[in-house]
Design a protein around this ligand. Sequence first.
Ligand SMILES: Cc1cc2nc3c(=O)[nH]c(=O)nc-3n(C[C@H](O)[C@H](O)[C@H](O)COP(=O)(O)OP(=O)(O)OC[C@H]3O[C@@H](n4cnc5c(N)ncnc54)[C@H](O)[C@@H]3O)c2cc1C
Length: 472
Amino acid sequence: MYKQLSQEILKRLADIVGEEDVFSDREKLEDFSHDEFSLRDIGRYPEAVVKPERTEEVAAVMRLASSEHIPVTPRGGATGLCGGCVPLYGGIVLTLEKMNRVVEIDLANQMAVVEPGVMLGDFSRAVEEAGLSFPPHPGDESAMIGGLIATNAGGSRAVKYGVIRNYVRGLEVVLPGGDVIRLGGKLVKSSTGYSLLHLLVGSEGTLGIITRAVIQLQSAAPLSRSLVVPFDDVDSAVETVPLLMSRKVVPLAVEFIEQEVIRITEEYLNKRWPTSAGRTCLLIILDAATEEEMDRASQEVADACLEKGALDVFIADTPKKQELVLDIRSKIYEAIKSLTVEILDICVPRAEIPGHVRRIRAVSREYGIWLPTFGHAADGNVHTHIMKARYEDGKVTPIPEEEWREKAEKVRAKLYADARARGGVISGEHGIGLVKKPFLIQALGAAQVDLMRGIKRLFDPDGILNPGKIFD
Ligand SMILES: Cc1cc2nc3c(=O)[nH]c(=O)nc-3n(C[C@H](O)[C@H](O)[C@H](O)COP(=O)(O)OP(=O)(O)OC[C@H]3O[C@@H](n4cnc5c(N)ncnc54)[C@H](O)[C@@H]3O)c2cc1C
């Protein structure tokens, strides 16, 4: 169906980006065959990797790929969790890592102009140095701006500050045929036709390649403080969130974490979480412009939590204490990674979290499989990990492959069905990619997926850009 890369095409790619920025030796291609999705069996090797440095080079590669009918898969930091940058049909992986300049931080408009290969960590630091802030903070700082936009990444601060989509004001995009379009700009408003800008946000590299972005910034980051609050059950923990909102406290983040993964991460890092009480903990992060405002918000949070049955309230008010709790929270992923089959990314209406978590626990008991669960409580985004293990009496016991493979499928189907019944979606922030593709029709219905297919055909009539992703 697609054309294989010949020596002649490799030579033409080298003419575009330079010889040192094209390679096709098998041992170097392994790194480009997967992302962070746990199971390597979804991986596929590309035939070549190209590393363009300028928009014109991206456009020339796409013109060549389009005329020769070669698939191209855009790739950012490869921190994705659903196989989005896996080159399913081989061809070219086009990595944006060399387009990594923060072109401009425009103080007057409070906007940044960036290339797609800038890493989140580097971008946040550059913005802070300029005295401004970029509030969204998805969990992996090596994710790149292009990938963050292509997946419409979220992260724990979405409850107060929204997701990446809310910050994208302009995009430069190379279309599959090699044309370059510029959408939006340093604009706060636009009602000028269909918003192709927002269509590109979250399009997972299937409609065009993002080569530049205009990003909205905000005034400098205010003070922040973390509260760790143990509860006996997840219901009371999550019910605290609407109570806080009704008292006009909108936290920067509200994470709920089950104690069992905290224990395991404590051991992994040799660090201590502030409490071992209860079954579920809320990690509530507040930000405020002044100490007075922070103290008032902290008091409101403590009162609301205690009213809902919190067992205690621990305040991390020094940078060192704050760093400790945030470190433990962010390293859960690493601590249990070797036994993880898949990280689900279900998003339900906030008030449905307790019911969904009860269902997860029942499914875990029914199948005898460990399903540690934590997530962004205030925005309903629940990250259940399907594990290759059982968890009993504080002990993790691995289970054989034929058993976890079969169980993982059944568990996933049950939890997706539960999400659907609660008015939820199968991905709140990671995207569909390769891994969730079989579940999209069930989640959205054939009419919506057909419209999406029509849009894809319009942008990419030859189906060469990141084929096989989101839907077939
Ligand atoms: C430890 C950890 C924590 C995480 N926490 C969060 C979190 O809190 N919130 C969250 O939302 N996600 C989270 N993620 C998932 C991941 O970081 C995000 O999905 C991120 O947006 C992916 O960015 P990336 O640059 O790594 O993209 P990649 O994985 O390289 O690619 C992702 C998709 O974007 C496409 N793409 C990449 N660059 C471009 C471009 N320039 N133009 C067009 N398409 C492009 C690819 O083709 C692919 O479909 C986490 C991942 C890890 C490993």
